[in-house]
Design a protein around this ligand. Sequence first.
Ligand code: ZN
Length: 183
Amino acid sequence: MAKLLEPLIMGNPLLLQRSEEVRDVFDPEIQENIADMLATIQNIGERVGLAAPQVGILKRIVVFRLPSKPVHDRYKSIADLGPQEELPWHAIINPQITPLSNKLETKWEVCVSVPGMMGEVERFVDIQYSYLDEKGNFHKREAHGFHARLIQHEVDHLDGILLPMRVKNMMKFGFESELVNRI
Ligand code: ZN
């Protein structure tokens, strides 16, 4: 039975650590971690991704989804979703990113670990990433725009980097309740 985990918020030192590679995908503990992460983020609702360290698990695991349309008003400001592949909630393990071009884009992001805040962050527009799924299969995927931004945000968590640490212009960082109507 999956458990609901407590999301950690900025200030907790665990969010600043580098998470460990998963050595054995078939370890029952890993399967349990994934089930708990999925239950936790789905319970929070209106979210698109969660990295394991955000719930205190220092392992390189991310769960995310790609909605076909924004799941909350905030996402209209974050990125133009445009036509894209829709993906249900699923886990990626030991993800590794390779940029496919030097093209960068600055857009708004939010984070479960930085509740109520949003900030403008520069990310690669086109990436490729590899990962293992929860059955141990190796995958390589291309990602563009919102998808690419989401993966870069989540992999940052695995390296102990939070979105405010990526904001270059602090005038573009503030409370979501204020900003969402102004951008
Ligand atoms: Zn985050």
